[in-house]
Write a protein that binds this ligand. Sequence first.
Ligand code: SF4
Length: 260
Amino acid sequence: MNVENNAGYVHSLESFGSVDGPGVRYVVFMQGCNMRCRYCHNPDTWNLRDTQCEKYTPEDLFKKAYRCKPYWGDTGGITVSGGEPLLQIDFLIEFFRMAHEKGIHTAIDTSGNPFTFEEPFFSKFTELMNYTNLVILDIKQTDPVRHIELTGQPNENILEMAKWLSDNGKSMWIRRVLVPGVTDDAGELRNLKEFADSLKTVEQIEILPYHSMGAYKWENLNIPYTLADTAPPTDEQVREAESILGIRYGRIKTCQQKKI
Ligand code: SF4
């Protein structure tokens, strides 16, 4: 493969991530996303070929990440997030293949939006899964209509992806960004719980409380931000969602603003 043609467009890097997977992690935030989530705190990742972002070959990025190995201990490793990492799947295959060869734990934090059973994507995806230990899947909404309202994209393929991962023994964490009045409807949360329970490989469900720290980026990009009047969830709202989702051990993480 010509590595020049397989350069990855990277939005930013975080050397000591603690929220995107187990342990201490080197987190790569890839550029590009086709979703348009109303609460997105990184709209600056949307444009896949952003001229501001850095390009790496898989080899160069792996070498850079590997320098942090002493901090990973027994549980940490590398997470690729975004934006939407699966949009750059050729790059990911090479990057994770190198990590896998060194026995490093690899995780993908994805919305699942690019998933399809069509070729050539599906063969690439199955190859990528050979080198991936954990998929962190952010299910924005289980209801198809509300999913389109929230993200501008359908969710049937995303739920299909979750089922495929389950059927093929791939470990998953399910995530939900909790936005009061938008994603915290009790019925919707019950559906999410039911869906997660129908899968065989979900290790945990996480709640990421919404925050508006990325709102200024929408303003900078001249995109109307429709949640300007929405406050972060209260502790009580988080606990209520936690209770519906059956989260018993406080696996609630802070939805951190990604490094810019
Ligand atoms: S999937 Fe993630 S990066 Fe894409 S719009 Fe939604 S929150 Fe933003």
